[in-house]
Structures are given as C-alpha cells and as structure tokens.
Design a protein around this ligand. Structure first.
Ligand SMILES: [Zn+2]
Length: 177
C-alpha cells in the first residue's frame, strides 16, 4: 500500500467539521471548541491582543478579547482551535498569546519558525470558518471576480467572518486547486 499522504492543514479543518457533523453556516466555533473539551473565557484585553490558549490540568482554556468585533472573536477562537489540533505539544509548556495576526497580511513564503505555526493556525481558522463547499456553491460556474465586492460582502455576513478572512480563504483555495 502506498504511504498515506498526510492531510493538509485545510483538510484537517474540513475533517474536524465532518467529525462533529457540522454542516450549517455560520460555523458554530464555540460549539466546536467545547466539543474538543476547551473552555472559553471572554474578557476585555488590550486592543492588540486577540486571544490566547493554554492548558490547565489537561484542559485547554481559550481566552478571547471581548472588546473585539464578533467576526474577529470568531476568527480568534478558530485560530486557537487550530493550535489545539495542530500544535498541542507546544502548548503544554506555556501560555500562547496571539496579537492581531499580522501574518494574515504578510507573504507566507517568508514565514519562518514561530510564524509558521501562526500561518498554519490562520489557514486552519479560515478553512474551519469557510467551508470549501460553500465557496464552490457560491462561485462555481459564475464569472468569478474577486474584485467585485458585493458577493464577498454578502457571503462574509452569512459566514460571520471578515471580508479579509473570506478573501484569504478564497486565495488559499485557488492556490491549492
Ligand atoms: Zn497563534
């Protein structure tokens, strides 16, 4: 038997939704976090801090900046779920704090070290929040024009994600197609 190719980060996010039987949008990120045994804590934090994750007595705790827009909070939770699924070993030692996800805007090719972990968590988050099937249904067989803002705007509202997250996900899907 040929060795099984390990699933990409995007695929792992899609698989998690499947595992939990989640087929509706907006994707219920809080429910997913709880299904993985994580506790959610909302509190007002400094503006530059999006959230954090740490493990206490074997239980993951996800902190979310309650002052941020709900779309950003949802992305933060999905990003921390990404760390939980992809980097659980690294979480054991310390509190992982996330600041404003700068890597979303940076050229991913140049990402190294810590940044790679953040890029992976961002990709996971976008794939968790934006199912490929929704993008396919929305844009297949239609003259796709990412510069036309209106379908992006409407879909981002339906998914309860920022336009930035939706565009990032569409770019990732185009690259891997
Ligand atoms: Zn992170």
């Amino acid at each position: 038997m040929p060795p099984k190719r390990s699933a990409s980060v995007d695929e792992q996010a899609e698989q998690l939704r499947l595992e939990l039987g989640i087929t509706t949008i907006p994707v219920p990120v809080e429910r997913i976090a709880r299904a993985l045994g994580a506790q959610l804590r909302y509190s007002p934090l400094e503006n530059e801090i999006s959230g954090m994750i740490f493990i206490r007595d074997g239980a993951p705790i996800i902190g979310v900046n309650s002052l941020h827009h709900v779309h950003r909070q949802r992305f933060t939770i999905a990003h921390e779920i990404g760390h939980l699924r992809l980097h659980r070993d690294q979480l054991a030692a310390s509190v992982h704090v996330d600041k404003s996800f700068p890597v979303l805007r940076r050229d991913e090719q140049s990402a190294t070290g810590t940044d790679q972990i953040e890029v992976a968590a961002n990709r996971f988050a976008a794939a968790l929040l934006v199912p490929q099937a929704i993008i396919d249904a929305e844009f297949k067989n239609k003259p796709s024009d990412i510069d036309d803002e209106s379908p992006i705007e409407a879909l981002s509202k339906k998914l309860r994600v920022s336009k930035q997250t939706l565009e990032y996900r569409i770019r990732n899907l185009e690259k891997s197609a």
